[in-house]
Design a protein around this ligand. Structure first.
Ligand SMILES: NC(=O)c1ccc[n+]([C@@H]2O[C@H](COP(=O)([O-])OP(=O)(O)OC[C@H]3O[C@@H](n4cnc5c(N)ncnc54)[C@H](O)[C@@H]3O)[C@@H](O)[C@H]2O)c1
Length: 313
């Protein structure tokens, strides 16, 4: 297949590009390098340094004749979306609609969208939340993802575009960005590498559902299959506290540091966890990576990275 991966220079997108190329697909990356890194783009991928909302994106569609679009480019910071909701909407809503319109105009068959399970359901009524759980996004970022999901339904119903929505929980792993939804992992790694204690906001008993980027990649491989369409949670169904993440990473670092507690952050969601049962039933996807080992691999990735690169963040 000929596949466009937007955000393919970023954390999750770059791993997907690697996997698609390994499966023999032709991959084109569109990324404005706002948070992504050129060196993360696989050398066998065709790279366009372009903004999602640049009208010249149409030239790429005209020239490349894609079979599928995998849309990962986004303004990823929840905090930034609260500070500047209009900018968030411009990239995450308008940018996505423009891409959907181009996909239909140039007869793309499949559109895969990176949505969120962590920021969509809001304060949950039940744990873990399945796909039918009420949606109460608590940030413009979450509202934008929900809005784009609705547009995907519209384009699928009216233009026969096959859409796959993958709602990730908190994704961690090598190359991850400290500003993303599982940013705490990258932040703790950096603090430990600088011989500083991991700083926990509040008592550290707040929970998240941490899923490995390699399991997320496996979900994106499944989504490419002919006739795959629908909305699926991509998480582990397990709640892990920030205290547990800190203790696994301290162990991985081999350092004798104890976490430091700062005052809680206003409005922080206390628990989040999503159910992947539907994905398992329909397509046999389930998480395979152990959190402890995954966090160790992530710590090792940051530890082995060039110090100049680490300081850039
Ligand atoms: N990391 C998580 O835990 C998580 C959870 C749920 C959903 N997601 C979603 O997955 C996707 C990838 O997130 P990530 O964690 O890899 O973040 P990331 O910042 O590493 O990747 C986003 C990529 O998009 C690019 N980009 C941003 N704005 C752009 C624009 N206007 N035009 C072109 N390129 C642009 C960035 O340069 C970057 O390479 C995002 O859509 C994000 O909302 C991530």
């Amino acid at each position: 297949m000929n596949i466009l991966v937007t955000g393919g220079a970023g954390f999750i997108g770059s791993h997907i590009v690697d996997a698609y190329l390994a499966e023999g697909h032709r991959v084109v990356v569109l990324d404005n390098l706002s948070t992504g890194k050129r060196e993360q783009v696989h050398p066998d991928a065709v790279f366009y340094d372009r903004d999602l909302i640049d009208p010249a994106v149409e030239d790429i569609f005209k020239q490349e004749k894609f079979d599928a679009v995998n849309h990962h480019a986004a303004q990823i910071s929840v905090t930034q979306s609260v500070a500047d909701p209009a900018f968030d909407a411009e990239i995450n809503i308008l940018g996505s609609i423009k891409l959907l319109k181009l996909a239909t105009s140039y007869r793309v068959r499949k559109f895969i969208f990176a949505s969120t399970g962590g920021a969509l359901y809001g304060k949950q009524n039940s744990y873990p939340a399945d796909e039918e759980h009420p949606k109460h996004p608590m940030s413009p970022y979450g509202i934008a993802k929900l809005t784009v999901e609705r547009y995907l339904d519209y384009f699928q119903d009216n233009y026969k575009l096959q859409s796959a929505v993958l709602r990730y929980s908190n994704v961690y792993g090598p190359r991850q960005d400290p500003h993303g939804e599982a940013g705490v992992v990258a932040i703790f790694c950096r603090q430990l590498l600088q011989d500083q204690p991991p700083v926990i906001f509040g008592d550290g008993e707040q929970t998240r559902d941490f899923v490995s980027v390699f399991d997320v990649v496996a979900a994106n491989l499944k989504a490419l299959v002919e006739n795959f369409q629908g909305t699926y949670n991509v998480g582990t169904g397990e709640e892990t506290s920030v205290n547990t993440v800190a203790s696994f990473l301290i162990e991985a670092s081999g350092k004798s540091l104890a976490p430091k507690n700062d005052p809680p952050r206003m409005g922080e969601q206390l628990r989040s966890c999503i159910d992947y049962g539907k994905f398992k039933r329909d397509h046999g996807w389930q998480p395979a990576q152990s959190l402890k080992q995954g966090l160790k691999d992530t710590f090792d990735f940051f530890a082995n990275r060039h110090p100049m690169e680490a300081n850039r963040e």
